[in-house]
Design a protein around this ligand. Structure first.
Ligand code: DGJ
Length: 749
């Protein structure tokens, strides 16, 4: 890994074994982009990469010189208003009404490791050898605004982390109306754009489209990263797929309004922008103040999407997520939400807990409804005090009883919200986000607290910390069940209202930071009406997140498959729920529900007391299996082999670090008759290891080794997955069915 500055040519070259990234100081002293991709040998001069052929009809920067127009030069952090007509990376509104700036190169520093980003989640390095950071300093001479562009190159993988910082070194206040985290100009647009989009209960579905002239983008204006779009994009070369071809992944470590955009200009160059959405954003930068953008991460892979995901998984699992739980297999939990909803008493909870304990569950999670006057969704949010009518023993007492059963206790909060019917609202009606003189909209009868205000965050912190000190709470589910509307803070002056969305997220991060620092052993699971805030920003604080309110196993195939593009399996909250399922009313076999959920954090969300003895035995077996293999399932190298977006069959697998063990998950949505023989090529195995294969078929989880094969055979010829659906049923074979699945456990001899 190296970062080199070639004085003579003004070229910066960052490279490791996988990638090269190059920039140049342009003749006008701005920064230009030269190259990002597979590593190339370093040398002094790459200036021929600047294509300066004069064009008819171009506006040019230098008097009398037709060869230098920003319109045709790839920029490092583009500005609109001179001769670059693309959407800008930065825009600064000045006192005289101008929005033009001209950031000129001043100098650079290279630091070993990676400096922290103030107040924001970011990737980190644990030693100086793991990463190196280049910071380039530029200045706009007229306003005195300083721009620092940071680039962290990690020693491992094709990963580059970027952010920008603006500092007002001038005499007058300015307004940042755009400040992106990343601007990446690429020389052509021969790519397919992949995005993770959906809606409530169908989050992060994979969608692709060919890039075209003009702007194509995804984003969120909802105050959270949203169900609708994830702050992630990938560019895929034609023919690239899961296992081959060039791919560049872009991910934003942020949980609020974002924009992820690809703009193709009419000379075929492509600009990718990633950062806080400029819509409504207006950050006042008084003299002496600075603004730090969130961090964006770019990953280059020349071995397809799986390899891109591996780089994201390694980075986000080990150098974004933090704390006690980062590397630890996650406890098998039961959550009472779909078992009871609001209809519970402590007796009912304890009955559920006892049954769960008997099945081997390790953590009991009490969801919504335990506090204030909360017996339905119209009251109580904001009053984080146990309701003595529902829980006479309080949370401390209930937690004690759960611990006495031999389980840990977890609790649900929705810290950012308030109901009109709450003590908190009656005491502080002005703490709600609302625009003066305008109607205020509710979402599920709830309103958003103004987390841009330190005193609001502090008050919620005090309530939560009190409970965490008093009761044995080992886990928190942090929910957020509505988007923000009528965004306005009573505590900020008119010229700072454009800061509220971002300040709100900073408040959320602040509360997370305080709680995770004060209570380092508590496992945090993020949630937002399912997966509306499943993003890298939150992963920094909460190492796992509830991926979706849709707990149907078949729907989950798509959700978990899409989520795995960017996020590690250890972060994907996944539960076995009731059948018929509560969202889709679909009935699926219990084993399929577990076979899907085990590629995630794994837990149960159903009333175990309603299950038959046989089903309870099956669950006991599932949990025993999960405990045996969770390290491999949650922290192994995950490969997507067959996509639920492309057919009736989904296959994925996890391989252990030493490649001696692997588990393949095979899922078929609809059954068929007399189906073709089927096999699937595996990945990531050691070609020379001979693997014993155990098939966990249906509810059969004991599995005996049925055959053994070498890794090369499994990866080149494939694993045979034919079953009863491809012919007559053999003796001892079970019938196949709709929503069928199987696990194959591979162990090297
Ligand atoms: C939405 C979450 O996604 C659910 O899991 C549950 O916690 C409910 N909120 C509770 O209100």
């Amino acid at each position: 890994m190296n970062i080199v500055f070639h004085e003579k040519t003004g070229i910066f070259h960052l490279f490791n074994d996988c990638i090269s990234y190059m920039m140049v100081i342009l003749p006008n002293r701005q920064m230009g982009q030269l190259y990002f991709g597979r590593r190339i040998r370093d040398r002094e001069d790459f200036s021929h990469l600047l294509e300066l052929q004069p064009r008819v009809m171009s506006s040019c920067v230098f008097e009398g010189d037709k060869s230098f127009s920003l319109e045709h030069v790839k920029q490092e952090y583009g500005v609109y208003g001179t001769t670059d007509y693309r959407q800008p990376a930065v825009e600064i509104l000045q006192e005289n009404g101008s929005r033009l700036s001209d950031f000129r190169y001043e100098g650079y520093v290279i630091t070993p490791g990676k400096p922290k980003l103030q107040g924001l989640p970011a990737t980190y390095a644990e030693s100086e050898e793991e990463a190196r950071t280049l910071t380039i300093r530029l200045r706009d001479p007229l306003t005195g605004v300083l721009l620092s562009l940071s680039y962290t190159l990690f020693a491992q993988d094709g990963v580059l982390a970027r952010s920008a910082r603006l500092y007002n070194d001038g005499d007058a206040a300015v307004h940042l109306t755009t400040a992106m985290s990343l601007c990446m100009d690429l020389p052509d647009f021969d790519y397919e754009l992949l995005q993770l989009s959906g809606a409530w209960s169908r989050e992060r579905h994979i969608r692709t489209r060919r890039l075209e002239y003009g702007v194509q983008s995804v984003g969120s204006l909802r105050g959270h990263s949203s169900h609708e779009h994830n702050p992630f994009l990938a560019l895929m070369r034609p023919g690239a797929d899961e296992t081959q071809g060039e791919v560049i992944g872009f991910s934003l470590i942020y949980s609020g309004n974002f924009l992820a955009q690809a703009e193709v200009d009419n000379h075929d160059t492509l600009r990718v922008l990633l950062g806080i959405h400029p819509q409504g954003f207006d950050w006042k930068l008084a003299p002496g103040e600075s603004f730090q953008t969130p961090e964006a991460v770019m990953v280059y892979s020349d071995r397809g999407l799986n390899a891109m995901s591996h780089s994201f998984h390694r980075l986000y699992q080990r150098r974004l997520a933090r704390g006690y739980w980062r590397d630890r297999p996650r406890p098998v939990l039961i959550n009472n939400w779909e078992a009871t909803y609001f209809d519970f008493t402590s007796r009912k909870l304890l009955e559920l807990a006892k049954k769960a304990r008997d099945c081997g569950v390790e953590l009991f999670v009490l969801d919504d409804g335990w506090f204030g006057q909360r017996s339905n969704d119209r009251a109580g949010l904001g009053d984080w005090i146990p309701n003595p009518l529902r829980l006479p023993e309080g949370i401390a007492g209930l937690a004690e009883q759960i611990e006495a059963l031999g389980m840990k206790f977890g609790l649900w909060f929705e810290p950012e919200m308030v109901n009109l019917d709450s003590e908190l609202y009656r005491r502080h009606p002005d703490w709600m986000i609302r625009t003066p003189g305008r109607a205020v909209s509710h979402g599920r009868y709830q309103y958003v607290l103004d987390f841009s205000r330190a005193e609001v965050v502090d008050c919620i912190y005090q309530m939560m910390a009190k409970l965490l000190r008093e009761a044995k709470i080992s886990y928190i589910k942090w929910d957020m069940n509505r988007s923000i509307s009528e965004c306005y803070s009573a505590a900020l002056p008119p010229d700072r209202q454009g800061e509220v969305f971002h300040r709100y997220i900073l408040g959320v991060y602040d509360l997370y930071e305080r709680l995770t620092t004060q209570f380092p052993h508590v496992l945090f699971e993020s949630c937002a009406s399912g997966g509306a805030r499943f993003d890298p920003g939150i992963l920094y604080y909460a190492p796992q997140g509830w991926a979706s309110d849709d707990s149907d196993a078949v729907e989950r195939l798509k959700i978990q498959y899409g989520t795995s593009l960017c996020y590690p399996i250890s972060s994907i909250g996944s539960h076995v729920s009731a059948s018929p399922n509560h969202q889709l009313f679909r009935s699926t076999p219990l084993y399929t529900r577990a076979n899907v959920a085990c590629f995630g954090t794994f837990g149960y969300e159903l009333d175990l007391n309603r299950l038959t003895e046989e089903e309870q035995d099956e669950i006991r077996e599932q949990i025993r299996f999960m405990k045996q293999y969770r390290e491999l399932l949650q922290f192994g190298t995950f490969y997507r082999l067959k996509s639920p977006f492309e057919g009736n069959v989904t296959v994925w697998m996890s391989v252990s670090g030493d490649r001696r063990e692997a588990i393949v998950g095979w899922y078929r949505v609809l059954n068929g008759v007399n189906l073709p023989y089927s096999r699937v090529r595996l990945a990531g195995l050691d070609p020379d290891f001979c693997y014993e294969i155990m098939i966990m078929d249906g509810s059969e989880r004991e599995g005996e080794a049925c055959r053994s094969c070498y890794g090369d055979e499994l990866m080149n010829l494939g694993l045979i997955t034919s079953d009863a659906s491809s012919g007559e049923i053999a003796p001892g074979q079970r019938h196949s069915c709709d929503f069928d699945s199987r696990l194959f456990v591979l162990k090297a001899r």
